[in-house]
Design a protein. Structure first.
Length: 376
């Protein structure tokens, strides 16, 4: 083991109280950054979950539609869409808000997603009770078990009322959560129109599937040209548009980044102060090393090793806490998502934070006069 590493570890662990304070500062900073960025990733995934689960090559929507939850409406464009070369099918989809009213009189807002149950271009996934076939029955809906208390769910067959229409739960899912906290309710498209209050001639989107071998870009261009005042987007493009809208146009992404930046600044300051204080307490030792002829590079490496040790230990502890947070929020309204790429990026940030903090200590050592060793 290198002598400079040994000296760094001894300096670091000599004062256990100071070491604990440094570790707590790093852990606090890293956990805050990790959770904030995990929320950012989790939020980014939730806002596109419906889009990414749809079986569609292209989405036709009203021009200027910002996101999936934007209740813009289109007239009946199905014949026009099917008239474009390369289009195999065009399935309407309706969305909209309504009220879920229990027999007891309790009421809560819900977000209806109406699709053709038989085609299944967008249907509930991760069904844990009941079946999708049951949604073809009059008044049948599918909801997520996460909203058990809010919707007054008592398992399959739970009865409620939506816009004066009697409904019953025919399928329960697990994990289909709404980032707006408004529960999703799936229903057959004809029933959903009644629950939202829409005429049969309108739709929110048309999910387009192409014929085998059709040129996606060519069909997308032709649909845009042949149908006026619509946007035609691929699933990836629509998901990115929705993500951009919710994360940046609403300010949610800015708030999450601000929290992560605050954690990084706080951690850097705490580590810098601690390393500076530790170095100051060992000035005589560093002055002795300089008087003995040790190079500046050797002394600086000791301080850098201290910073790296802080980074590794703090990151490991923070990672444990981070994964505990992930486990706790898995079934929550907004889960924290931590990916391997995020972990690697945060580790790099932790190392950089600690190295930058070490410069304050190095600047103090640079000013040491070796003569002080002989004056004491």
């Amino acid at each position: 083991m290198p002598l400079n590493f040994t000296l760094a570890s001894r300096n670091l662990f000599q004062d256990r109280l100071r070491f604990a304070a440094t570790t707590v500062g790093i852990v606090f900073s890293v956990v805050l950054v990790m959770v904030q960025m995990g929320l950012y990733l989790g939020f980014g995934r939730m806002v596109t979950t419906m889009i990414e689960h749809a079986d569609a090559d292209l989405w036709v929507m009203r021009q200027g539609t910002k996101c999936f939850e934007d209740p813009s409406l289109l007239g009946d464009k199905r014949k026009e869409i099917l008239g474009v070369a390369g289009v195999a099918s065009a399935t309407p989809l309706v969305i909209g808000f309504s009220d879920w009213r229990l027999p007891s009189g309790e009421m809560t807002p819900v977000f209806l997603v109406g699709s053709d149950v038989k085609r299944g271009d967008l249907h509930p996934w991760d069904v844990v009770a009941g079946s999708l076939q049951g949604l073809s029955e009059p008044g049948a809906v599918a909801v997520d078990a996460t909203y058990e208390k809010r919707l007054g769910l008592k398992g399959l067959g739970t009865k409620a009322n939506i816009r004066g229409q009697k409904v019953h739960v025919a399928a329960l899912t697990e994990g289909i959560r709404s980032f707006t906290t408004t529960p999703y309710v799936f229903a057959d498209i004809d029933q959903a129109r009644k629950y939202i209050g829409l005429p049969k001639s309108v739709a929110s989107y048309f999910l387009v599937k192409l014929k085998p071998g059709a040129d996606l870009q060519r069909v997308q261009h032709d649909l845009k040209d042949n149908i006026g005042k619509v946007d035609v987007l691929t699933t990836r493009q629509f998901a990115e548009r929705s993500r951009q809208f919710w994360l940046f146009n609403t300010g949610a992404g800015t708030a999450l980044f601000a929290g992560a930046l605050l954690g990084l600044i706080v951690g850097t300051v705490i580590v810098a102060q601690t390393l500076y204080s530790s170095t100051k307490d060992h000035l005589n030792e560093f002055a002795t090393l300089r008087a003995m002829g040790s190079s500046n590079r050797y002394i600086y490496s000791v301080i850098m090793y201290q910073a790296l040790l802080n980074a590794v230990i703090g990151f490991c502890l923070a990672s444990v806490i981070g994964f505990i947070v992930v486990a706790i929020t898995t079934n929550g309204t907004l889960p924290v998502t931590i990916t391997p790429v995020l972990m690697a990026a945060i580790f790099a940030l932790t190392v950089i934070m600690c190295i930058l903090s070490a410069f304050a200590a190095i600047a103090r050592v640079v000013r040491i006069d070796p003569v002080v060793v002989f004056t004491q």
